[in-house]
Design a binder for this molecule. Structure first.
Ligand code: 6R9
Length: 625
């Protein structure tokens, strides 16, 4: 791997963030303070997390044991004996203290249809739905599937389930009926909560009618839950097999969500927190709902898409609501960068302090654009690495403390003890300047506890590959300064003539070309070199066509040779209109691999693609060359 090709320029914490005249004082304001707290979190975890859980959460009954069990046996437990309720923590206590504070800013598909919901109103609505669920005989431990668009009712539905101790299982509203059915069956859900329809980008998305009669009801008291009672299931696809119902429990998950909103986004009272994910994904669960509401923050619920009615939508919204923390995915950043800076100009982005990204490695070009054009070099950029299974961030910079590098997720969060393992012998690779698979050496509060109904699969996927460790499935480098660079899923690593290459790295090299908007790289089998590289390249508007296309592929090959090395040069480059991506923006390289291998009759599940028709177009393209 050519990790030494990375740009190691260090970007210090922007001075503005440390100037009390301009910004609230960050909770962690130096590298030394981070190191000291991190050390404490590992050396005295009971004290560290016991204190944090007492400070951030409200308990019906206090815990006595901070942590129990471990990764070797897959019996992790936190805050044992404690009793609490997530809905009480996210709603009631704030409704009591600050009933008129805005809890949710609903930024509807149509920009002029926004609405605000206070904590007092949120409590009323959550109680109303919780009462209706009880009237339908939904009880503690039952599973309720939620299939709803990005409207306030989806947040209310999550909190109403949590209130009565039912587990929610949100199925992204863009999934097909078939995918919904699989997930409802797997979880034996007792009820499906849905809405009439949603709107996105000016289009109507039909879901269904709400089945539930809502009666005006008085306060529904929240159920007292044990710390380790399950809070929700969330289905996520593995590299093979049917989707897994990842299960999170109450106290540890909620603590992870709240602690990271506080420290990673440096949330202060009065901030306006805007996470652009869909509630159907873990990012929406943790950073639209549980994290911000747990802290009593104002959270933005964005129903639309970044380009509706035009590509200024995000920036207009930030200016309108004076957003302080903004969180999105690299794919959105690249798409907006490609459309040009004129869509950003003229919008007042001065309220922003922290800009976050999540979901995939961010290529340096996109990072710099985010930092310069959106952040005006006066905001912290937090590239947050985590997974559905980790519940909350596990590797990330902290705004006031950690200098950044473009494309590195930097350092572990509190309580997360990382290890880079040799993929062949499973041995830990000590020191800096090492590349291997990324694992975690001990449990942290928000780690998933199991896969619903299949603890064996949980164990075999995450705990058995490297006994004693949680295996992330990602490759990573710890560079000379101890910073972590995520290399992508280990199944996306390509081995050409014994050279290990990361797809992300070659893609990053391709995207440096002014004509390129996006690139996807896969390994194809090759008689001589074992694997060779195929690249699918999406051009910026106006860059495609004719002879230019031919010369461009040569130019791109040269560019990769120059930036990484001759062994990394793609053997073939396809210029394409679109790439196969999931609705959350993840590239499905698996599909490209199958197409290239001619295995188009075994493409597997393509129902999660944002646009399944791209598959046919790609097949035609590959066959035609
Ligand atoms: C939160 C979320 C998890 C996978 C993960 C990794 C990739 C997420 C990343 C990142 C590089 C980051 N990933 N954040 N890769 N840098 N900052 O996305 O959860 O949908 O479960 O995906 O996403 O490959 O293993 P999930």
């Amino acid at each position: 791997m050519a990790e030494d090709q990375a740009d190691h320029t260090i970007y210090p914490v922007p001075g503005r963030l440390l100037d009390p005249a301009q910004c609230p004082e960050p909770y962690i304001s130096s590298m030394e303070q981070y190191k000291e707290m991190y050390r404490q979190s590992l050396e005295q975890p009971d004290e560290f997390f016991g204190k944090l859980a007492t400070e951030l959460l409200s308990w019906f009954q206090p815990f006595q044991t901070v942590q129990h069990g471990g990764l070797r046996h897959g019996d992790v437990a936190w805050f044992v004996e404690g009793q609490l309720n997530a809905s009480y923590n996210c709603v009631d206590r704030h409704a009591l203290a600050t009933p008129d504070k805005v809890a949710i800013i609903y930024e509807a598909d149509e920009p002029n249809h926004s609405a605000k919901i206070t904590y007092g109103e949120l409590l009323r609505q959550v109680c109303q739905l919780a009462g209706a669920l009880r009237a339908h005989d939904i009880r503690k431990g039952d599973i309720v599937a939620i299939y709803m668009p990005m409207i306030p009712e989806v947040v209310i539905a999550l909190l109403a389930c949590a209130r009565i101790g039912a587990l929610h299982s949100v199925v992204f509203a863009g999934f097909s009926a078939e995918a919904l059915r699989d997930r409802v069956h797997d979880a034996c859900s007792r009820l499906v909560l849905t809405a009439d329809q949603g709107r996105r980008g000016g289009k109507t998305i039909d879901t269904k009618k709400i089945e539930l009669p809502l009666r005006a009801s008085s306060t529904i008291f929240s159920e007292s839950m044990n710390s380790e009672d399950p809070l929700f299931l969330l289905y996520t696809s593995g590299s093979t097999g049917k989707p897994k119902g990842v299960m999170h429990t109450t106290a540890g998950y909620l603590l992870g969500a709240m602690a990271t909103v506080k420290y990673v986004f440096d949330y202060h009272p009065g901030d306006i927190f805007a996470c652009m994910a869909d509630v159907g994904w873990i990012t929406g669960h943790t950073y639209i709902v549980y994290g911000p509401l747990g802290l009593g923050a104002t959270t933005v619920l964005f129903e639309s898409i970044p380009t509706y009615p035009n590509p200024s939508r995000y920036w207009e919204m930030i200016a309108k609501h004076k957003v302080t923390q903004f969180y999105t995915a690299p794919t959105a950043i690249r798409a907006l960068r490609r459309l040009g800076d004129e869509w950003v100009e003229g919008h007042d982005l001065s309220s922003l302090r922290v800009l976050g990204t999540v979901g995939e490695p961010i290529n340096p070009e996109a990072w710099h654009w985010y930092n310069n054009t959106i952040g005006k070099n006066r905001c912290a950029i937090v590239d947050t690495y985590w997974q559905t299974e980790t519940g909350s961030h596990i590797i990330t910079p902290l705004p006031g403390a950690i200098p950044t590098k473009a494309g590195s997720a930097t350092v572990p969060f509190f309580g997360v003890e990382l290890a880079i393992l040799d993929p062949v012998n499973g041995k830990e690779m000590a020191g800096n300047d090492v590349t291997g698979v990324l694992a975690v050496k001990r449990p942290w509060p928000s780690i998933a506890r199991t896969i619903y109904g299949d603890h064996r699969r949980f164990f075999e996927t995450y705990l058995k590959p490297y006994p004693g460790y949680y295996f992330t499935g990602d490759g990573a480098t710890r560079d000379k300064d101890g910073y972590i660079w995520i290399r992508g899923r280990v199944d996306d690593v390509i081995n050409v003539s014994g050279h290990r290459l990361s797809t992300a790295e070659i893609e990053s090299a391709l995207i440096m070309n002014h004509a390129v908007a996006e690139a996807a790289v896969i390994g194809a089998s090759d008689e001589v070199t074992g694997q060779c590289i195929y690249a699918f390249v999406c051009l910026k508007p106006g860059s495609s066509g004719g002879h230019y296309g031919h010369d461009l592929t040569k130019e791109l090959v040269m560019q990769v040779r120059k930036l990484i090395g001759p062994f990394a040069a793609p053997k073939r480059i396809y210029l394409v209109e679109d790439l196969p991506k999931t609705r959350s923006g993840k590239l499905m390289r698996r599909i490209l691999r199958k197409i290239v291998a001619g295995e188009t009759d075994s493409l597997g599940d393509i129902s999660t693609l944002a646009d399944p028709s791209v598959v046919e177009t790609l097949i035609a393209k590959v066959d035609g060359v």
